[in-house]
Design a protein around this ligand. Structure first.
Ligand SMILES: Nc1ncnc2c1ncn2[C@@H]1O[C@H](COP(=O)(O)OP(=O)(O)OP(=O)(O)O)[C@@H](O)[C@H]1O
Ligand SMILES: [Mg+2]
Length: 347
């Protein structure tokens, strides 16, 4: 029992947080070699060639196709040797499913402000999971992010996680004034709500990656329970142009998301990322739009929600659950209004 709060729950929460922090401090790469340059025989020139091809980690080399490395100018023998060394060095852990079940028992839910939208995804955004909102401009991705930064500060049982938010802003679209406006209906002190949001502005994709690499201490010190990356893909899209840079871009995005995923597990936090899509009538989702991050973002984001404007009501939006590991696909309508995200009232 915690003497200050007298709450056993509080004790449990603190303990989990401390455990979480321990996990976060573990080295990121569980391989014998920290970087690809540490692999015997991979000099700086080979390393930079491999990086160009998108192989920036030892794990990525462990699963690389030998013939792809050969196509990039490496000899058969060298390629085989590098892949084999990377494979030997990469630790693979087998754990009983009960260990995963025990971890998942700690999952908490964060409300979006719309009961229908929460219901669509099983009761709100899950902690230890990345939730991606994708849609065209103006469909409400950033508005949802703002609302979540407020809701996370609500106590457990009121839709919140009793913690604070980290907002990684890549497009300069974070607006504290909007937070104040939306916070009013929650009963929380709007000024306090604003001061509990830590903002990091990312100037380019490398800076964006670095911010998450360095986020452990900030997350721990500020009791961060929600990590927002808005937008996940804009810098990557503008910097990595053309087909030849696609592999490198996906590789970077993949490892960035991997880092985010680890932080959510370590701190039992929720994560939300946004992804703008372009209109494309012939796309593979059949949604009339194509997600910029492509398939790789799809793999890493455990829950993907497509947003579009609804016919009729000005602030009305349709959310469609496209990918979820354990929920059926489905749709719902919600509203963006001055007070924030809510359900559409029946008239
Ligand atoms: N104060 C407000 N009151 C009511 N609706 C608002 C308010 N502020 C924003 N909105 C609504 O939210 C929309 C903007 O949504 P948002 O900025 O979240 O889009 P987005 O999906 O992030 O777009 P982008 O891809 O360009 O980043 C506006 O077009 C408007 O409909
Ligand atoms: Mg936006």
């Amino acid at each position: 029992m915690n003497p200050k709060t007298g709450s056993a729950d509080e004790d449990k929460r603190k303990r989990r947080q401390e455990e979480g922090a321990k996990v976060a401090e573990e080295p990121q790469v569980r391989t014998k070699y920290a970087t690809i340059e540490d692999i015997p025989g991979v000099g700086p020139a080979t390393a930079s060639k491999l990086m160009e091809m998108g192989y920036s980690t030892v794990e990525s080399l462990a699963t690389a196709a030998v013939n792809e490395l050969v196509r990039a100018g490496m000899s058969d023998k060298a390629a085989m040797r590098i892949v084999s060394l990377a494979r030997d060095a990469t630790e693979v852990r087998f754990v009983p499913a009960s260990e995963i079940l025990a971890r998942r028992a700690n999952i908490q839910r964060l409300s979006t402000g719309s009961k229908n939208l929460d219901g669509l995804i099983g009761g709100g955004l899950e902690t230890m999971t990345i939730t991606e909102f994708f849609g065209e401009y103006g469909t409400g991705k950033s508005q949802i992010c703002h609302q979540l930064c407020i809701n996370v500060q609500l106590p457990f049982g009121k839709g919140g996680l009793g913690g604070n938010a980290l907002y990684l802003d890549t497009e300069n679209t974070f607006r504290p004034e909007r937070i104040v406006q939306m916070a009013k209906r929650t009963g929380l002190d709007p000024e306090k709500v604003v001061s509990n949001i830590v903002v990091a502005e990312a100037y380019n994709s490398d800076h964006q990656i670095l911010i998450l690499e360095k986020a452990d201490q900030i997350i721990k010190a500020n009791n961060i329970k929600l990590i927002v990356v808005d937008s996940l893909t804009s810098h990557f899209r503008s910097e990595y142009l053309g087909r030849e840079s696609l592999a490198a871009r996906q590789q970077k995005l993949n490892s960035h998301l991997h880092r985010l995923e680890r932080l959510t597990v370590a701190f039992n936090a929720a994560a939300v990322v946004t992804n703008q899509v372009m209109s494309r009538p012939d796309d593979f989702f059949g949604l009339g739009a194509y997600p910029v991050g492509g398939h790789i973002v799809g793999h890493r984001s455990h829950t993907r929600i497509f947003l579009r404007k609804a016919a009729g009501g000005k602030g009305n939006r349709v959310a469609r659950l496209v990918v979820s590991l354990d929920r059926p696909e489905g749709e719902c309508v919600f509203r963006i209004a001055e007070e924030g995200i809510s359900d559409v009232e029946e008239e």
